[in-house]
Design a protein around this ligand. Structure first.
Ligand SMILES: Nc1ncnc2c1ncn2[C@@H]1O[C@H](COP(=O)(O)OP(=O)(O)OP(=O)(O)O)[C@@H](O)[C@H]1O
Ligand SMILES: [Mg+2]
Length: 269
């Protein structure tokens, strides 16, 4: 297996180039890194219900486009929720952008998540009462960004996903693919270090799914680190790396040459 570059041990957090530190050119900066991560779900009586992750080590360098695969119940969403700082490991450590997330308070973690992570949910999770632009402004609102700047950044992010014409619409007035692109704009608006998506095309027809995948490919070309959970071998074939889970453990982890998506069809999503 050619995993050396993908799984090279990450230097100590906050290591700077200089005495004792590897030069940055040979030490790829891991954007996310799990070390010995376990996640146990307990029954109300405190006994173990299921060990959903059983000691996972994973290091993802900046700019990598990664698919997480595995059969139903293998632990993908559990892992993604930890990667997205929506949940914490029962044991082990988790680093994002060199910072140890495992030891942060809930409040610090939630602020950190808002700055560093763009999370795209399968069910979009847009707020129906808000316009498209307002939905995209929400993460900036929580960061205390001033209204005019918030709006300008939302408009820019919506432009990136091809929704400039839909700023004042409600989510219910959008197609499934447009709603997903709005959710992607919301994830991008904070300029996160990593974009994560759990089954991003799971609720979309195949043409619409392709337009979302084309958007991911473009973001990847621009240097974004992207992690997608998918059941779909086609989605995984577009990624540079495939990590497959089985019963809460990494069954395999391999680098590959990504397939290229065919050119855009005439009808947009
Ligand atoms: N909140 C929870 N409480 C108890 N057990 C859970 C909880 N969430 C997940 N599990 C269990 O943990 C294991 C892994 O679940 P997880 O949702 O991570 O699987 P998955 O790989 O995402 O599956 P799918 O492809 O069906 O989405 C399963 O056995 C599941 O039943
Ligand atoms: Mg899941």
């Amino acid at each position: 297996m050619s995993m050396d570059s993908a799984q090279a041990p990450h230097p100590a957090p906050h290591a700077h180039a200089g005495e004792g530190a590897l030069p940055s050119s040979t030490a790829p900066h891991a954007v996310v890194e799990l070390r010995g991560v376990r996640r146990v779900y307990y029954k109300p009586d405190g006994s173990v219900l299921v060990e959903a992750l059983r000691g996972v080590d994973l290091s993802i360098p900046k700019g990598q486009y990664v698919a997480i695969m595995g059969s139903s119940g293998s632990g993908k969403s559990t892992m993604m929720n930890i990667l997205g700082c929506l949940d914490r490991p029962t044991k082990g450590q988790y680093f994002v952008d060199g910072e140890n997330v495992s030891t942060m308070s809930d409040e610090a973690l939630s602020a950190f998540r808002g700055r560093k992570i763009g999370f795209i949910f399968q069910a979009f999770n847009l707020i129906p009462e808000l316009t498209v632009a307002e939905n995209v402004e929400v993460p900036l609102f929580y960061q205390g960004v001033a209204p005019a700047q918030r709006h300008a950044r939302a408009v820019e992010a919506l432009g990136m996903v091809g929704l400039s014409e839909r700023l004042w619409h409600r989510p219910s007035e959008l197609s499934g693919g447009q709603q997903q692109r709005c959710a992607i704009a919301r994830a991008l608006v904070t300029n996160p270090v990593v974009l994560m998506a759990d089954e991003p095309t799971g609720n979309l027809d195949s043409a619409t799914g392709r337009s979302v995948l084309r958007l991911f490919a473009r973001l990847h070309e621009q240097g974004k680190t992207i992690i997608v959970v998918t059941h779909d071998p086609f989605v995984a074939s577009l990624c540079q790396r495939v990590v497959r889970l089985r019963d809460g453990e990494i069954e395999y982890d391999r680098l590959q040459t990504p397939e290229r998506l065919p050119e855009e069809a005439a009808t947009p999503a």
